[in-house]
Design a protein around this ligand. Structure first.
Ligand code: ADP
Length: 485
């Protein structure tokens, strides 16, 4: 790995606890999914490492919470500058450990750093209010204080940005962190830790513990010092963490799975809608929680939409993320290829038409590759419609009435992102109000930004990341009444 990096010291394979690099008693392998080769052996610090990190974070909280927000903002901006100065190395680590194209990875680093910049600015705008009170001779006010130590468990699909999106607002608010990155992608997390150290973020404020989730997770959810659990990942694990956190009545912020409808109405600009599907569905090979999962088209324009999609999907090229002509990188690992292929073959057996793709490319390309796939004429009860695909597979469903479209869009336990393509402002209002989703892109295939609230309803999660809401999540509201004035 380090051969690829300009700054070799950004490649770390030990956990970062209390400002020190800590090796584990055992280790686990990190592989490059583009060729299935081992790229690193990372130490597993296990339960003991997690306990140590929680203790150091609790200790650091006592001083970090008292550092002025202006000073915290300055340190965050130093971290931000260092991340951008090392953008290409951080992007290379992302491509190496999870496969997305280098172009996408470069974008992720900027997107992720954006949360640090925003949070640094927002740190100065955390404040309380004065209140009207019914009690004679009294004054009331609120203050906002940091929640405390936050335990974070992050996924592999955005190894860099899923960490900054949680840590930047938490640190800005005065919290300290223990982060457990996904086992597939610890290198990006550790490089961020190295840069946090260089930025002068005090020891113990930002800790990264690598290792077995089933050992480290319960330490985070079970320690009384940890006041909040931030998680992005599957709904199944999110529910488990919420149950574990319930014992200590810890705050939870959960960003879980999705099953995004991509609704194309008959008055939509079809070329733009097709471009939107490509951007939403095939970015990161379809491995984002906001990826379009069900393309719901009105029958009058469905054939035209499928033709426009076929022209685009059949041209997409899967390949090593470092190759200039790759549009899509591999999936995260071979199990993902098998899982996605099963969904596609089930759709084929259910009578849907595979317009293009529909096959594994691992044999041909020597890594965890799957062909960019378009499915038409599917039944919305198929597995590929009811499950989060997390792969480069677009599937079109034809539905006539607006009422049925809303019903189908809501016929899922999830409610993260949705997309609507229409030129009719009345439809915009009816549809955006009728569908149960936390984020809706209207004629826009990508909604996430540092300034906007990211999060879902129903089983897609609790809480919002980004914007002022993202910072508020990491604060407690305290009310004070002063009597006898
Ligand atoms: P995916 O299936 O996409 O890997 P997961 O929800 O399994 O999604 O993983 C997201 C994060 O949750 C990863 O960091 C993973 O290690 C962690 N994780 C998985 N199982 C557990 C668990 N039982 N307790 C705590 N964290 C877990």
């Amino acid at each position: 790995v380090s051969d690829r990096l300009t700054d070799k010291s950004l490649f770390r394979s030990e956990s970062f606890i209390g400002g020190e690099w800590v090796a584990g008693a055992s280790s686990f392998e990190v592989t490059n999914p583009a060729n299935n080769q081992v790229i690193a052996e990372v130490g597993d610090v296990g339960e003991a490492g997690a306990r140590q990190a929680v203790a150091r974070a609790a200790e650091a909280f006592e001083t970090w919470k008292k550092v002025s927000p202006f000073e915290r903002a300055k340190l965050l901006m130093k971290w931000y500058d260092l991340i951008l100065a090392n953008q290409s190395d951080l992007a290379k680590l992302i491509t190496l450990e999870m496969g997305k194209t280098y172009r996408e990875a470069m974008g992720e680093v900027v997107y992720g750093a954006g949360f640090i910049e925003w949070s640094a600015e927002e740190a100065k705008r955390i404040h309380g209010e004065t209140l009207a009170t019914p009690f004679p001779g009294s004054r009331g006010w609120t203050i906002r204080q940091p929640v405390g130590v936050v335990g974070c468990i992050t996924p592999w699909n955005f190894p860099n940005a899923m960490i900054t999106r949680k840590c930047a607002p938490a640190l800005a608010a005065g919290c300290t962190m223990v982060i457990k990155p996904a086992p597939e992608t610890p290198l990006s997390a550790l490089a961020l830790a190295e840069l946090a150290k260089r930025a002068g973020i005090p020891d113990g404020v930002f800790n990264v513990v690598c290792g077995d989730a089933q050992k480290i997770g319960p330490v985070l959810t079970g320690s009384p010092e940890v006041r909040m659990i931030g998680f992005t990942g599957s709904t199944q694990v999110g529910k488990l963490l919420m149950r574990q956190a319930a014992d200590g009545v810890k705050r939870v912020a959960l960003e879980l799975g999705g099953n995004a409808p991509f609704i194309v109405m008959d008055d939509a600009d079809i070329e733009k809608a097709a471009d939107g599907v490509i951007a939403s569905k095939f970015r990161v090979s379809g491995q984002t929680c906001v990826s379009a999962n069900r393309i719901i088209a009105q029958p009058a324009i469905a054939d035209k939409l499928v033709a426009a999609l076929e022209a685009r999907v059949s041209k997409l090229k899967a390949g090593d993320g470092f190759a200039d002509d790759s549009d899509l990188g591999p999936l995260v690992h071979m199990e993902a290829v098998t899982r996605v292929d099963k969904l596609v073959q089930q759709a084929r057996e259910a009578g849907a038409r595979i317009v293009t793709g529909g096959k594994r490319l691992d044999g041909e390309l020597g890594g965890a590759f799957y062909a960019p796939t378009l499915i038409d004429g599917g039944d919305p009860k198929m597995d590929v419609a009811c499950n989060e695909i997390f792969g480069p597979v677009a599937s079109v469903y034809r539905v006539e009435s607006e009422a049925d479209i809303i019903k189908l869009a809501n016929d899922t336990p999830y409610g993260l992102a949705a997309y609507i393509y229409t030129q009719d402002v009345n439809r915009v209002h009816r549809l955006t109000e009728g569908i149960e989703y936390g984020m809706i892109g209207v004629n826009a295939p990508m909604v996430g930004a540092a300034s906007t609230p990211f999060g879902g309803v129903k089983e897609s999660g609790i809480g919002r990341e980004g914007g002022k809401w993202g910072v508020e999540e990491f604060t407690e509201l305290k009310y004070v009444l002063l009597g006898g004035v």
